[in-house]
Ligand binder design. Structure first.
Ligand SMILES: [Zn+2]
Length: 130
């Protein structure tokens, strides 16, 4: 999709950890995890609206799963199929949930079931909560 038809928040969303503005410590922490290959089993992106949770989660998902590299990288290509799908929110293996309205045990069971059914093309899965 050409950039002129994209909403402002999609058009200017950062594509890598260096472009992530205002979240220096998150950027450093995620880069360190990628460089040392010490990836935690789960990451929770939490905070007020507009603080970069979606951007951070999508960048991290691209860094972990970029098809241009055989292993996690701090510089995802942003051109491969997975990077583009993650950027535009259409990746089938990415589950984005609204944790504010999915608070029940049944909601969590449903998310766990959905996560087990996926894992089609990604090396790792990212759950973003907002
Ligand atoms: Zn890529």
């Amino acid at each position: 999709m050409p950039n002129i038809h994209k909403p402002f928040h999609q058009k200017y969303r950062p594509n890598n950890l260096d472009e992530l503005v205002g979240q220096k410590f998150i950027s450093i922490t995620l880069k360190q995890a990628l460089l040392t290959k010490k990836i935690a089993p789960a990451y929770l992106f939490n905070g007020p609206r507009g603080t970069g949770k979606t951007s951070s989660a999508r960048i991290f998902a691209k860094s972990l799963n970029c098809q241009a590299f055989d292993q996690p990288t701090i510089t995802p290509c942003c051109k491969c199929d997975l990077c583009r799908q993650i950027t535009d929110g259409s990746a089938l293996d990415i589950i984005e949930i609204d944790a504010a309205s999915n608070t029940g045990v049944e909601n969590i069971r449903e998310i766990i079931e959905r996560a087990q059914e996926l894992y089609l093309s990604l090396r790792r899965q990212i759950l973003r909560e907002y």
